[in-house]
Design a protein. Structure first.
Length: 231
């Protein structure tokens, strides 16, 4: 068709304002929008071209909570009915006492800090989001729980799908190759636990490699090599 043209290749890095395609037959997706007859990028990201669908996958971005998300949070305080939790969004999330554990928590007999103290990390499920200004969490059902020991690292929330991999392939390889316990929060926090500090650090380096090279080909092979002691 006349004036129908695509200007980028698949898996190409683009910046805001880049014209990706022109013509009404192309369909924008992700961080791509239509502006008159053009498809443009509104984010720093990686292109995905499938047929006439032109998508931009952001390479950076903040976490926007959604119901059903698995997140790692940090306890920041307590109130009469529960705990405030930082999940890397602009406001604290609420962890009610009734949703904090599968066991009964007797907060009338013991102080709140006996169960969750400021600075503790939890693995929790987002059960409610209201106007993106109120978030409620639950840790009643496994695998959700208070996280003991281990280390927590931050990555871009947009890289979490790559860390998990298709059908969990990447996270499975990370766990089996390292012997580490690993939990991944969709808010960009990753918990790693191993009695061997060296193995923990190898895992940190592997996850950081995935974060920085997520848009490159051959990533799985690079990560496997690192886990085996290569560089």
């Amino acid at each position: 068709m006349a004036n129908e043209k695509i200007h980028v290749k698949d898996r190409e890095i683009v910046i805001p304002g880049d014209v990706l395609a022109e013509g009404m037959s192309y369909i924008p997706s992700g961080k791509a929008i239509r502006e008159d007859k053009n498809i443009i990028s509104v984010s720093l990201g990686l292109t995905s071209i499938k047929g006439h669908v032109v998508k931009v996958i952001p390479l950076a971005g903040r976490y926007i909570p959604k119901r059903g998300d698995a997140v790692i949070g940090k306890i920041t305080g307590s109130a009469k009915f529960g705990w405030m939790t930082n999940i890397r969004c602009p406001f604290d999330a609420d962890l009610p006492i009734a949703e904090a554990s599968h066991s009964y928590l007797d907060t009338n007999r013991y102080p709140m800090s006996k169960f969750f103290a400021v600075g503790d990390f939890i693995f929790a499920n987002v059960t409610e989001v209201s106007n993106r200004r109120f978030v409620r969490l639950s840790a009643r059902n496994r695998p959700y729980r208070k996280l003991h020991d281990g280390i927590v690292i931050e990555v871009s929330p947009t890289k979490i799908p790559r860390i998990i991999g298709k059908q969990g392939s990447m996270i499975k390889m990370l766990k089996e190759s390292s012997g580490c316990d690993i939990l991944v929060g969709q808010n960009g926090l990753v918990w790693i636990k191993n009695d061997d500090p060296e193995k923990q650090m190898i895992m940190v380096n592997a996850i950081k490699l995935i974060e920085t090279d997520s848009h490159k080909t051959g990533l799985t092979e690079k990560v496997a090599k690192l886990l085996k002691g290569g560089k």
